[in-house]
Design a protein around this ligand. Structure first.
Ligand SMILES: [Zn+2]
Length: 100
């Protein structure tokens, strides 16, 4: 789980989840109120994860000849797994790091 860089308290999954969905700008720590930002690495990782999952879906459609309903189930499953995993992979920083 992400840890606040100001008070070093761990964030709950729900807070981290909100942070994952609300990607831009900072978010206040629920424990100390300090603004926290998602690190550059976390943003890069989630970007490559979404790229990878889109690739998996396209790959299954082209190579494995999966039916439309199969593809939708696959896409929803990947999306749900990502939503469960991503919040715990979020790392926080006291400063907003530029992506490049
Ligand atoms: Zn804090």
């Amino acid at each position: 789980m992400p840890t606040c860089q100001n008070c070093h308290q761990k964030w709950s999954w729900t807070t981290a989840f909100k942070r994952t969905v609300w990607f831009n700008g900072g978010m206040e720590c629920p424990h100390c109120g300090a603004k926290q930002y998602v690190t550059k690495n976390t943003r890069k990782r989630s970007a490559s994860l979404s790229g990878l999952s889109s690739f998996a879906i396209i790959f299954s459609a082209l190579i494995l000849d999966v039916s439309w309903s199969g593809l939708i189930i696959l896409a929803v499953t990947i999306f749900l797994i990502a939503m469960i995993i991503l919040p715990s992979a979020v790392r926080l920083s006291n400063e907003d790091e530029p992506l490049w």
